[in-house]
Every structure is written in structure tokens, then in C-alpha cells.
Design a protein around this ligand. Sequence first.
Ligand SMILES: O=C(O)CC1=CCC(=O)O1
Length: 91
Amino acid sequence: MLFHVAMEVRLPPDMPAEQANDIKAREKAFAQEVQRSGKWPHLWRVAGRYANISIFDVADTDELHGILSSLPLFPYMDIKVTALAKHPSAL
Ligand SMILES: O=C(O)CC1=CCC(=O)O1
């Protein structure tokens, strides 16, 4: 199943820089591991915002939730998930 996922990062402004940098480094390592698995084929920065638009290719919502909730930034993100179905005009 394909999912469109919009993530907005909201780190607390008073989080120490060292802690924020550690979370971001762990986020990057985990995100790249999932991308290498083929389950996260698109990851795009939203221009001008600390946000991304992603496409996930996973078995079901449970697998998607497992991945999203494992992201080190998960407690600091507002995430919106849209399930994608095949468009009848799509080639
Ligand atoms: O920076 C972001 O948009 C949050 C994020 C998700 C995966 C990743 O590596 O960073």
C-alpha cells in the first residue's frame, strides 16, 4: 500500500542543541535505513518549512505506524497520513 505522509517537526525551542543534534542524527540514520529497505521511496523537504512530504510503500497501516512511531523525532512531529488508491486514469 502507498501512503502520502506529511511530517512537520516541532522541536521545543528550549531543547539543548546537543540533544536536538543527537535526535536529528539518529533520525537520519533510521530514515536512511528504512529508505534502503525500499519502504520509503520518496522523502522531500517542503521548501521554507521544517517539514517533509514522504511516500511510504508498506504492507498496511500497522507497518506504517510501526515505522513512523520508531522515528526518533516522532514525539516532536505533527504527522498526517493519507492512504493512496489507484487513480482510474493513471497509466
Ligand atoms: O527533517 C525532517 O523533515 C524530519 C525527518 C524525517 C526523516 C528525516 O530524516 O528527517
